[in-house]
Ligand binder design. Structure first.
Ligand SMILES: C[S@@+](CC[C@H](N)C(=O)[O-])C[C@H]1O[C@@H](n2cnc3c(N)ncnc32)[C@H](O)[C@@H]1O
Length: 270
């Protein structure tokens, strides 16, 4: 169901994909993020808390307040996190729209936002609200997609066509699958200072065949997570999607295959 213009939907399969995604991408996402001095973290668009758990594991003393506006994600997050006594007293889940939070100013030591701004029509309003909640001098860490950075070898036209359809459909739903390229501009528009941005490359060829296989598997799942909404939007067909998945599977088995993608990260100071 394509509600709230969210291209991945909120099925239980999608919720499990978020948990897998967090584990597969963890080493790339957190390489340049240091939360060791953070006592209280604000996580915006926390979904099922797939990443929250990894942050709680990595930083045993951190407390996290999570903002999520979809009730199904909150319910899944409650099962995923609050039932675990190792985490439950360090996490607060708030069911709210991150563009308008009824929380006091200047209370968090850092903010974390990952794969969220790509889905919203007005990312600056979320960033302004995040900045308001941060203590002066605190950092916001952003991680977002930049789908035009995808490169596959051997060239696979049907997969690249589907990828473009995903980018276009996300735009038609009010999102932006290339929002990573805009992170510094969005942070500046929201009033942040000392903005830094960097691409995080994931480049795998035969020299890292195991990582390449993991990433291609993950990428398969990411593509498939869009199918229901694409069909609802009148884009593509089951037959076309099946044929692309066969091609991608061929590519995954090709010893000469190359998978290259770079997402974009930012650190900005409130
Ligand atoms: C792709 S998921 C990512 C979840 C999590 N950050 C992760 O990486 O696993 C994006 C989440 O942001 C939530 N979201 C989008 N816009 C939001 C808003 N304005 N306020 C709160 N949550 C929002 C969606 O409901 C969804 O659960």
């Amino acid at each position: 169901m394509a509600d709230r213009n969210y291209i991945h939907g909120y099925s239980s399969q999608e919720q499990e994909r978020l948990v897998d995604q967090a584990r597969v991408l963890d080493q790339f996402i957190f390489e340049n993020i240091d939360l060791s001095d953070v006592d209280h973290l604000l996580e915006v668009g926390s979904g099922v808390c797939a990443q929250t758990v990894l942050i709680l594991e990595r930083y045993p003393n951190i407390r996290i307040t999570c903002i999520e506006y979809d009730e199904r994600q909150i319910e899944a997050a409650q099962q995923h996190v609050l039932s675990n006594p190792n985490y439950s007293d360090r996490i607060t889940l708030i069911h709210a729209d991150a563009t308008d939070l009824k929380l006091a100013d200047d209370q968090f030591d850092a903010a974390y936002i990952c794969w969220v701004l790509e889905h919203v029509p007005d990312p600056v309003s979320i960033l302004k609200e995040t900045r308001r909640l941060l203590k002066p001098g605190a950092a916001a860490y952003l991680t977002e997609v930049a789908h035009n950075n995808l490169h596959l070898e051997p060239h696979t036209p049907s997969a690249m066509k589907l990828w473009q359809q995903i980018i276009d459909t996300q735009a038609a739903l009010g999102g932006n699958a290339n929002i990573g390229f805009q992170l510094s501009n969005l942070c500046a528009a929201a009033g942040f200072d000392s903005i830094q941005t960097w691409p995080k490359n994931m480049f795998f060829d035969r020299t890292q065949a195991e990582h390449r296989d993991t990433l291609l598997n993950y990428w398969n799942g990411l593509i498939a997570s869009n199918f229901d909404v694409l069909l609802e939007q009148g884009v593509g067909s089951h037959e076309e999607f099946n044929s692309v998945m066969e091609k991608v599977e061929e590519l995954r088995k090709d010893p000469n295959a190359v998978f290259s993608y770079a997402f974009i990260q930012a650190k900005a100071i409130a």
